[in-house]
Design a protein around this ligand. Sequence first.
Ligand SMILES: [Zn+2]
Length: 249
Amino acid sequence: MPLYSGEALVLRTYKLGEADRIVVFLTRDRGKKRGVAKGARRVRSRFLGALEPLTRVSIAYYEREHRELVRLGNAEPLRSPLAAQQPDAFGYAAYFAALLDEWLPEGDVHERVYRLGITTLDALTEDVALDALARYFEYWLLRLQGVYPSIEHCARCRRDLGSAACLVARDHSFLCARCAPGEGGVAVSTEAFDFLRRSARVPPAALGGVPLGPRAVRELDAAHRALLAWHLEKDPKPGRVLREIQPER
Ligand SMILES: [Zn+2]
């Protein structure tokens, strides 16, 4: 049975039998894996504190031939969302982890998405505003998958988007004020686009210095929800996780 060890982010866990858990985790070098943590639900489990969503762990696991599930040897937390001070941080950690899980197929190595997870966890424990952090994370996740629409040019006429752009379902893109009328869609202001432009250049821990007012938060929340739903081709489950901790706006 080959043993692998390295670094990973825990994405989610399920109960298995009386005392065990199935753990879905994203390794830096071998993509997403699914494994059994024996005894993880026991009070004195060696996995205690290591299996919360978005925990960064040093992990060792055994792979068995022709078996989809690996077996976890051990998992030591390196950084945990439990260290975050803001009351809703834990719910956001679960949201980020659930989005990574929804998005990434098993075994696909994606170093930049892994880094996004790590830097988002760092920002979470450094008290970056959670609303802004969530919009940043969604923007980058969509961008790294190559599906974030242009925030500079209208998808139809190619002119600058200007100050009254709309995210339109038919195009899955932003349209300018000339092209958007009659299409419905989600209005997105200059402030929101400015936030995205800055997000493209700074790590999430630097978001403290990037202003994002409540209106821009709402616009990007609605726009990203639509983009995620289109590209995941359903109402993304992770969105439901987040809506449980924050009232509809
Ligand atoms: Zn246009």
